[in-house]
Every structure is written in structure tokens, then in C-alpha cells.
Design a protein around this ligand. Structure first.
Ligand code: PLP
Length: 417
């Protein structure tokens, strides 16, 4: 079931006509289908189908509190990487006891905030971090539940900038140091060792890297259990991809793998999906300002830009695009670069795309923009942070108003010297 599709040549998100909506609110804006997010969560849960598997949504993919609330009510727990994300998840009604805290650079203040809010698990990523967590836990007179994020040295075969599980990446404790780290956890009085976690990368579209990572984890768990340590939880991280280019996503095989892993490991198994749960649910709606022709290219200069969606220029990411209203015409498609108004050559949303002929004022939809879209946006070129809209059936809600230049100016001062 797809909740985002053209009907009678008009883009509909669930029961909402996007052209009609765009006539009432400023473009560009992000819009999300709550039914799609719920469906993705349920499909993952069903594919895994194991009572000991817990799903933690990676908040970094989309941290709007309305989105967190939709997923939280559906049963998702949260994977956070900062106290800012924790505050968002708390604001969305999800308690710390349903959150895991990942990240390579947690500060004492962030650790304290997490412990004071009853964090379910801290995924520690280095030996010095263990000292920090213990120090803070002693001060607060609590025990900190620790999983060690290990680096399984597995190639996720994805884009270099979203590959995290190779030894050369900054993430996790290197394979050779894991046993030493476990001994260290056991020796520190205010830490409780819960298990291991690994996350090898993002936008993974075949199961082999997950198979490899699970095998590495199994090997380490056997070694640790053999040395007398108790392993209660293992996280296999996130990383399951979405079909930006029509790829087949091996959800069923992934589910079977996780199910079998939970059976074999006889402990809780955690997943931290981000993109898979929200990526396909979001669309960036933008409007053509000018159509510009040069000797070699045709540009659609639109009001959305790299500050709103940085993935194309940062990761060479491909997002499907379409016109919000598909003209009922036999006109030959044109090839366009869809670019923003920002003063950077890298400011593009799509390149060399065939599209029915466009003109000023046309609305363009950038699909599969629900993950790492709004969360990675900036105010570069003193642009606003754009609005976000949530759809539920026929209903829409503005879940973030645009953050305007006037509001930015309130945060700045000119000193008197
Ligand atoms: C530790 C950790 N878990 C989960 C995720 C989510 O990844 P994805 O959105 O690909 O599922 C990330 C992404 O960077 C991560 O670093």
C-alpha cells in the first residue's frame, strides 16, 4: 500500500491534495505521511517476529517531536545521540527507560542528563568514555547500564560517508580492545555490563553486510561468555535501506536473519532503524522560481535548496522527483538540473532528470526525503528553516513552523565596543 501517489494527475499524500495545500502555506516545506511511518514500523516488526527483538528508532533520521510521537505510540523505542535528541523524545512522551544513547562524544552533562532520566542503555564507544560514565554515575549514586559499541570491521558496501563499521571509522571500540573494555566495565563500580552493540552503516540494500556483522557479534559473544561474562542484550544497529533508485529492499531476509540471531543468542536483540522507518514517508515540496537555459543545461531554479536537503550534494544521493501536478500532455520530457538559489555549485537537488516541461510556479516533489532531510538542514545564506507538515488521513497539521530570518536576528547582538 502506498500512501504517496498521483491520482488523476495530482499528487496525493494519504487523503491530502498537495497542490491545494501548497496554495495555503509557503513553499518549500517537508510533508510526512504518518500512515507510511506506521506501516514501515509494523512491516519491520512483522518481518522480525520475535518477542525478544526491540526496535529503537534512530532519532537523528527525523527528530520532529510529532514524528517521534507517531512512532512512539506505535511502539517504537528511541535511539538518541545527544541530550538534545533525548529532550525531543521526552517531549514526545517517550520515557528515558525506552531509549538507548549512542554517540562517540558524549559529554559529562549529557551522560548525567541521560542517567537522571532513567536511560535504558548507554552504548559506550571508547575506553575513556567508560571512565566518564562511571565518574558521573558515582556522583549521581546510580548504576549505568552499559552496552559496548564495538567496531566489527565489516564493510557495509555503502557510500563512504555513511559507512561506520570499518576499523578506520571513528565509531565503536576496535575489535582487539573489546575484551579489555568488558573487563573495564566489570571493574568500574557504577557500571553494569548489559551487552554489545554494532552499527555498520546506512542505506544497506543487501543482507550480506548484516550477515557478516551478526557473525562477528556471535564470535565475540561466544568469547565473552566463555570468559564468564553475561550478555543480556545485543544491538545490530540500523542501516536497512530504502528504494531511492527502485532497489529491492530485502526486508523478509533481514527479518529472518534477526529472528534466527535472537534464537541463537538467547538474549534481547535490538535494532536501531532510522531511514527505513521514515525515509519514504517524507516529501520535500518546492516551487519553480525560474527556468533557465544555458548552452549545455536547462535549470529549474527552485525555492528549495541544499540547506533544506543536503543529501544530494553531501552523499551524491539520488531522490526520485516528480511534478506535483502532472500535466496531461504528450509534450516531450525535458532534461533538467533542479537547483536552489544558494551561491554554491553544489546546490542541487537533482541533476540531469527527465521531467515534463516545467514553467515558473510549478510545484516539484522531491520524494523519499523523510530521513536526514529536515534534521540535516541549516540556515546557510540566511534562509529560513522550512516548515514541516504531518498528514494523517485527510488531516494535516503544521508540525514545525518555518524558523524565519527575523527569529534568527533575535539571537544575535552587535556589541557596544
Ligand atoms: C548508531 C547508529 N544507529 C542507527 C543509525 C541509523 O541508521 P539508519 O538510518 O541507516 O537506519 C545510525 C545512523 O547513522 C547510527 O549511527
Amino acid at each position: 500500500m502506498t500512501y504517496i501517489a498521483h491520482k488523476n494527475n495530482r499528487l496525493m499524500i494519504e487523503g491530502v491534495d498537495i497542490a491545494n495545500l501548497a496554495a495555503t502555506i509557503p513553499t518549500p516545506f517537508y510533508i510526512y505521511s504518518s500512515a507510511t511511518m506506521r506501516a514501515r514500523f509494523q512491516s519491520l516488526k512483522a518481518a522480525v517476529n520475535h518477542p525478544r527483538v526491540k526496535i529503537f528508532f534512530a532519532v537523528k533520521a527525523n527528530s520532529n517531536i510529532a514524528v517521534l510521537s507517531v512512532l512512539g505510540k506505535e511502539g517504537a523505542n528511541m535511539d538518541i545521540v545527544s541530550s538534545g535528541e533525548m529532550k525531543r523524545a521526552l517531549a514526545a512522551g517517550i520515557p528515558g527507560s525506552r531509549m538507548v544513547f549512542s554517540g562517540v562524544g558524549k559529554t559529562d552533562d549529557e551522560i548525567a542528563f541521560a542517567l537522571q532520566n532513567d536511560i535504558y542503555q548507554i552504548n559506550a564507544e571508547s575506553l575513556p568514555e567508560l571512565d566518564a560514565i562511571n565518574r558521573v554515575a558515582v556522583r549521581l549514586n546510580v548504576k549505568a547500564p552499559i552496552a559496548l559499541r564495538v567496531n566489527p570491521d565489516v564493510d557495509a558496501k555503502t557510500h563512504a560517508k555513511i559507512s561506520t563499521g570499518k576499523d578506520e571509522n571513528k565509531f565503536g571500540i576496535s575489535w582487539d580492545h573489546v575484551e579489555e573494555a568488558v573487563r573495564k566495565v566489570a571493574s568500574l563500580p557504577n557500571l553494569t555490563f548489559m551487552g554489545l552493540s554494532a552499527h555498520i552503516g546506512s542505506q544497506i540494500t543487501n543482507t550480506q553486510p548484516f550477515v557478516n556483522s551478526a557473525a562477528r557479534m556471535e564470535e565475540m559473544v561466544a568469547r565473552l561468555r566463555g570468559a564468564g561474562h553475561t550478555i543480556q542484550r545485543i544491538s545490530l544497529g540500523g542501516g536497512l535501506g530504502i528504494p531511492y533508485r527502485g532497489e529491492t529492499i530485502p526486508l523478509a531476509d533481514f527479518g529472518k536473519l534477526v529472528h534466527a540471531f535472537a534464537e541463537k543468542m538467547q538474549c534481547d536483540v535490538e535494532l536501531e532503524p532510522g531511514r527505513f522507518l521514515v525515509g519514504e514517508a517524507g516529501v520535500l515540496i518546492t516551487k519553480v522560481i525560474y527556468v533557465k537555459k544555458t548552452n549545455s543545461k536547462q535549470f529549474l531554479i527552485v525555492d528549495g535548496a541544499m540547506n533544506d536537503l543536503i543529501r544530494p550534494t553531501l552523499y551524491e544521493a539520488y531522490h526520485p522527483i516528480g511534478k506535483v501536478i502532472e500535466a496531461d500532455t504528450k509534450a516531450t520530457p525535458q532534461t533538467y538540473d533542479i537547483v536552489g538559489p544558494i551561491c554554491e555549485t553544489g546546490d542541487f537537488l537533482a541533476q540531469d532528470r527527465p521531467l515534463a516541461p516545467c514553467q515558473e510556479g510549478d510545484l516539484i516533489a522531491i520524494f523519499m526525503a523523510g530521513a536526514y532531510g529536515a534534521t540535516m538542514s541549516s540556515m546557510y545564506n540566511s534562509r529560513s528553516l522550512i516548515g514541516e507538515v504531518l498528514v494523517n488521513g485527510n488531516q494535516t497539521a503544521i508540525i514545525r513552523k518555518p524558523l524565519t530570518i527575523e527569529q534568527q536576528l533575535l539571537w544575535e547582538t552587535i556589541p557596544t565596543f
